[in-house]
Design a protein around this ligand. Structure first.
Ligand SMILES: Cc1ncc(COP(=O)(O)O)c(C=O)c1O
Length: 416
């Protein structure tokens, strides 16, 4: 008799996966060049950093790319380059990486959270419009789980309310909306090269733009605001940070970037195979297939469950998948940021003390974002992209494992 592994049966998923990230080929060669060059930090002229920036911009289709040391730093520097000041509000979905809220506060602006859409798990337009104020300055779409945000909607809201679009593309490097790569829609777009991202180099970040004056500001902000490289004067006019990446990071990122398109094809083929296999499984729903999402760039594979149809909780379902041996990512659906202690309590007030309507901010942080909460606790399941990159038989085994758990889900009705 077949039994769930969570209830003492044999695990169904036994494939050994090649875990991401891994060296694709030329990383050692690129690293050696940096080691021998003696320029280990960002230098001007020919360097791994400059080469990486040029090839990154080319891949995205933007005029400029600026490499930095993290995705969070990319956001801080972007806000400073856009002249965002204390009291200015930056709006983005509440169910994303808390790095975004941290970085906005570290740049002395105010994060304002927005609920998500029950279908796409991304920005919910009515919620977004309900939180707009005269201080709303930046609308930050976050392209989540390797998928583009609905950029038609974002551009429409931004145009109507005179907001600057700043794209967080950290979790979707290579994804496209209507054939255009994410990162290209906003005044600025930024990426992370840290863990769980499409393109990884240990740590790191990149900002892209078509605007030469913004690019010069970023080059100025990166070394603590020193104006020498960007403006040819030894002076400083902005409060800035050390945003410089190591050349070693850029060397690894360069090698990874050159192999990325091929890797991405493999992930996409694996994902469409898995989606087809899951298409008929009762209780499982694939993410909506918006025709405008012309390419996905999986950082993890997300699908949804219907607890009523399954007959057990999402938590029980996910625990059962884990027990079967399927690598899944527990926090992958992202809890609403305002449920974390810093924003749930009063601690945030220590860091946001320059906002003209602090009660409005307090209301936003105390708000119950129902869709985001529901997605996080009851609907979203994310499994590792390593399954997508593997052979077809691994996706078949993953689908069989999910089917097994679905068929026996009612036995988990009382599971805590
Ligand atoms: C959506 C999102 N934005 C921003 C960041 C921050 O990137 P980093 O960790 O490189 O600072 C991350 C990841 O950590 C992220 O997932």
């Amino acid at each position: 008799m077949i039994r769930l592994a969570l209830l003492g049966g044999e695990p169904a998923f036994a494939a050994t996966l090649d875990t991401y990230p891994h060296a694709f080929g030329n990383e050692l060669e690129e690293l050696r060049k940096v080691l021998e060059s003696r320029f280990w930090n960002v230098s001007y002229g020919a360097s791994a950093t400059q080469q990486f920036e040029e090839e990154f911009a080319q891949y995205i289709g933007s005029r400029y790319a600026v490499a930095v040391n993290t995705g969070g730093m990319a956001l801080q520097m972007s806000l400073r380059a856009l002249a965002i000041e204390p009291g200015d509000e930056v709006l983005f979905q509440v169910n994303t990486c808390s790095a975004d809220a941290n970085a906005v506060m570290n740049a002395q602006a105010t994060p304002i959270f927005v609920d998500s859409d029950p279908e796409t798990f991304m920005l919910n337009r009515p919620s977004l419009e309900s939180w707009l104020t005269p201080r709303s300055k930046v609308l930050m779409p976050v392209h989540m789980w390797g998928r583009s945000e609905n950029m038609d909607m974002i551009e429409d809201v931004a145009r109507t309310h005179n907001l600057i679009i700043l794209e967080d593309a950290c979790l979707a490097f290579g994804a496209e909306w209507q054939g255009v790569k994410v990162g290209r829609f906003g005044k600025l777009g930024f990426f992370s090269l840290g863990c769980l991202k499409s393109l990884q180099a240990g740590e790191g970040g990149v900002i892209v733009t078509d605007d030469k004056s913004l690019w010069k500001e970023l080059i100025m902000l990166r070394p603590w605001g020193d104006m020498s490289a960007a403006y040819g004067v030894r002076d400083q006019r902005e409060l800035a940070w050390n945003g410089r990446p190591s050349q070693f990071v850029c060397a690894v990122a360069l090698a990874q970037l050159r192999s990325f398109p091929e890797h991405l094809e493999r992930l996409n083929q694996g994902a469409s195979r898995l989606r087809k296999l899951l298409g008929d499984v009762p209780g499982i729903m694939n993410m909506p297939a918006d025709e405008s999402i012309t390419k996905e760039a999986f950082t993890q594979f997300m699908f949804k469950v219907d607890e009523d149809l399954l007959g057990c909780s999402r938590d029980a379902f996910a625990a059962a998948l884990g027990a079967e041996g399927l690598p899944f990512i527990w926090h992958g659906a992202f809890e609403p940021i305002n449920t974390l202690t810093l924003w749930r309590g009063d601690r945030w007030r220590t860091w946001i003390n320059y906002h003209p309507d602090i009660d409005f901010v307090a209301r936003n942080y105390a708000h119950v974002f129902e869709n985001a909460l529901h997605n996080f606790h009851h609907t979203g399941v994310t499994i590792s992209r390593d399954i997508l990159a593997a052979e077809p038989k691994v996706q078949e085994q993953a689908a069989e494992t999910i089917l097994k758990v679905c068929e026996h889900a009612r036995e988990l009705r009382d599971w805590q």
